[in-house]
Design a protein around this ligand. Structure first.
Ligand SMILES: [Cu+2]
Length: 108
């Protein structure tokens, strides 16, 4: 998980550089985890955007892709995790601790 965080930070730095060079602005989207739900439950993004999950519940959660492609690991209260979306398509994800918590990210 530490490695992934470093990789993502490098990705964000590259994004900032691209923006300064006149590239398309890449958005950051926030999914709040609250009351055992991902809000918004269905998030629409563009390829290259970043999604940040923030856990505002008092219990830990994860954001874990259904296809195993990514996993936030345990997010305690107040912790966040970010992911750059690099491919188009819809990704379903859930919380490993509470499988009923389900949501999607759709990238175009
Ligand atoms: Cu959970």
């Amino acid at each position: 998980m530490t490695k992934r965080r470093h990789f993502l930070l490098a990705g964000l730095a590259a994004t900032a550089t691209g923006f300064a060079g006149g590239a398309r602005s890449r958005a950051s989207h926030t999914v709040v985890i609250q009351q055992f739900a991902f809000v918004p439950e269905a998030l629409q993004v563009s390829v290259g955007d970043t999604v940040v999950w923030v856990n505002e519940d008092i219990v830990p959660h994860t954001a874990t892709a259904a296809d195993g492609g990514w996993d936030s690991g345990r997010l305690n209260r107040g912790e966040s995790w970010s992911l750059e979306i690099t491919a188009a398509g819809q990704i379903g994800y859930s919380c490993l601790f509470h499988p009923a918590m389900r949501a999607t990210v759709t990238a175009t």
